[in-house]
Design a protein around this ligand. Structure first.
Ligand code: BES
Ligand code: ZN
Length: 600
């Protein structure tokens, strides 16, 4: 590898960014913005330290839904010329700024336009406290450009400082060194000293309080949610220790969580130093914490070693799922991790069925040219990626595989990699030109072929075997109320719910509900799985719970299957459209973009 490739990570072009980082590249950002809840805009300046690598006369940034007001050059702020290129609905517009070969500093004055897709402005009613508004951003995959003019490619890294002005009753937090309490000026400063890709830029503003959960970990949440969150995530510190035991030193100093309002469109988002997490994991029994293990694992796979383009997304998510399960195994034992593997395998089979086993989108290496990356980023990257890594682990043994992965993380730390770079590294460090091992690992079958290779490990779970036994007892006529379910976690319930037949009688539905209170379950995973059965079986007692759920919860993973199930029948479709009309304003753009497609 040449030196220049060492420092920029890789040379693959990113079809989802207008930037040309091999010509002129941003290295550092000083962001200075005001958060204006009245006009629902962010406005201010983004000052970049840039490097002109080829002596080019311009540098290109990505923008979308931004108004660029002025651009200045140098510390004496000389106004400089810029232009905006043609607009693409997904990619936005290139911002082309004139520079000199010696230019090192540019200041872009800008504001967000209404509807800027990364940003969600929540009215008080959508918060836990119901009194103050809330704002959060979601930048992955290519939405950072809708709130900051930026070279929005995961192959480019910047450090950043920020100054953010908010209404003094609110606290601002970012993917950076964070304040732990409010001040009365409403002005907060942030520092991210490790270079990060743009999709990890994040901001949230709300009535937030901090609670420490250990020397390096803590939680930010609204006061009304803080106790529940502190209970749910009490094991965070042990998780961090377990992770470090497996993959080596945590490189980001602190690891905190921010609990968002239920409109947050994802389960979690691995913003460095501050994972953003949905409140739907607050199950009161710590049974959904593998999601935290997942986001924590991204501190290595993703944030430290980053997919260079969205075609290599499996490098982020596949490794992360693998590590998530390793953390859970370390903390709660193999029996526990096995349940997660089985559920993951079921999800994988389901996704392959949905996409079609011959679909190119079921390859690990994707080709997303001309498409919104958001469409192509499916469960395949997560679970097929994970099962590929399990397959390699099985071929070489855990000890050797761990050493390999540790070396991979250390070699590519704070850089981006691509599938090709990973494969070179695999050859050099693990396969070592052993033909038999290469055949066994079967890179072609896993990475470049659709579907699932026949040699995939089929996971089994002893705890699920006992669920299956219980299920058969019910199926053979034993009353639900007499089933032995006392010790079940969310995962066992989920497995049970997935085993239930598609078609059940009203009596069966009512019996299950009376015995297990599914309709009033406070566990979002259980409730979402139950609601699917309620829809298929026209179980009217769950109608109100269904509507409440769809109007309050913005997590796309739950919304999509529920709306799909409703849309499958004419009466259901009518209800879906009525509920969607009411609920849509409550959803983040990444959810409504997906749902708009479904309901149209
Ligand atoms: N980084 C992802 C979320 C993401 C992926 C956002 C692609 C935008 C584009 C995050 O780490 C994630 O995978 N979240 C999952 C939870 C996880 C336990 C599978 C989610 O939100 O459901
Ligand atoms: Zn992830």
């Amino acid at each position: 590898m040449k030196m220049s490739e060492q420092t920029t990570g890789h040379t693959a072009t990113d079809v989802h960014s207008y930037a040309r980082p091999t010509e002129a590249v941003a290295r550092h950002l000083d962001l200075d913005i005001t958060v204006d809840f009245d006009t629902q805009t962010l406005h201010g300046t983004a000052t970049y330290t840039i490097e002109n690598l080829t002596g080019t006369d311009h540098i290109i940034f990505d923008t979308r839904q931004l108004a660029i007001e002025k651009v200045y050059e140098g510390s004496d702020m000389q106004e400089t010329t810029f232009s905006l290129g043609l607009e693409d609905p997904v990619l936005g517009q290139p911002l082309i700024i004139a520079v000199q070969p010696a230019t090192t500093r540019l200041t872009i004055k800008y504001r967000t336009l209404p509807g800027a897709a990364a940003v969600q402005w929540l009215p008080p009613q959508q918060t836990a406290g119901k009194v103050l508004p809330f704002l959060f951003t979601q930048s992955q995959a290519i939405l950072a450009r809708t709130w900051i003019p930026i070279q929005d490619s995961p192959g480019i890294r910047i450090t950043y400082n920020a100054r953010v002005k908010v209404p003094p009753v609110l606290l601002a937090v970012m993917s950076a060194e964070n304040p732990q309490e409010k001040n009365n000026t409403g002005e907060y400063t942030f520092r991210m000293q490790q270079p990060i890709p743009s999709y990890l830029m994040a901001l949230a503003v709300g009535d937030l309080q901090f609670r420490s959960l250990g020397p390096k970990t803590g939680i930010y949440a609204e006061p009304a949610t803080l106790d529940a969150a502190a209970y749910e995530f009490a094991e965070m510190s042990q998780m961090l220790t377990a992770a470090e035991k497996i993959y080596g030193t945590y490189r980001w100093d602190r690891y905190d969580l921010l609990v968002l309002p239920p409109a947050f469109p994802f389960g979690g988002m691995e913003n460095p130093r501050l994972t953003f997490v949905t409140p739907t994991v607050l199950a009161s029994d710590r049974s959904l914490t593998s999601l935290i293990a997942h986001e924590l694992a991204h501190s290595w796979s993703g944030n430290l070693v980053t997919n260079g383009t969205w075609n290599d997304f499996w490098l982020n998510e596949g490794f992360t799922v693998y590590f998530e399960r390793r953390i859970m195994e370390e903390l709660y034992g193999k029996d526990y991790a096995d349940m997660l593997e089985v559920l993951g395998y079921q999800d994988l089979q389901h996704t392959i069925q949905e996409l079609g086993p011959a679909s190119e989108d079921t390859c690990l290496k994707l080709d997303l040219v001309g498409r919104d990356p958001d469409e192509g980023l499916t469960e395949i990257a997560y679970e097929k990626g994970n099962f590929f890594l399990l397959h390699i682990e099985q071929a070489v043994g855990r000890e050797q595989f761990d050493a390999f992965v540790n070396k991979y993380f250390n070699t590519f730390a704070f850089q981006s990699t691509t599938t090709d770079l990973f494969l070179n590294f695999l050859e050099k460090e693990l396969i070592k030109w052993d033909k038999e091992l290469a055949t066994q690992i079967n890179v072609d079958g896993w990475i470049f072929s659709p579907g699932l290779p026949a040699d995939v490990i089929k996971p089994t779970s002893s705890r699920f075997a006992s669920v299956e036994k219980t299920f058969r007892e019910w199926n053979a006529g034993k009353p639900a109320s007499q089933l032995n379910t006392g010790s079940w976690s969310s995962h066992e319930w989920l497995h049970f719910l997935r085993m239930l037949p598609d078609t059940m009688s009203p009596q069966q539905m009512a019996e299950l509900d009376a015995a297990f209170q599914f309709t009033s379950s406070k566990n979002s995973e259980v409730l979402a799985a139950w609601l699917l059965h309620a829809i298929h079986n026209k179980y009217t007692s769950a109608q109100e719970a269904l509507e409440t759920f769809l109007v309050n919860v913005g997590r796309r993973k739950f919304l999509v299957p529920i709306y799909k199930a409703l849309l499958a029948t004419p009466e259901g479709k009518e209800r879906a459209l009525a509920i969607y009309a009411q609920a849509r304003p409550h959803y983040h753009a990444v959810a409504s973009v997906t749902l708009d497609e479904l309901v149209k």
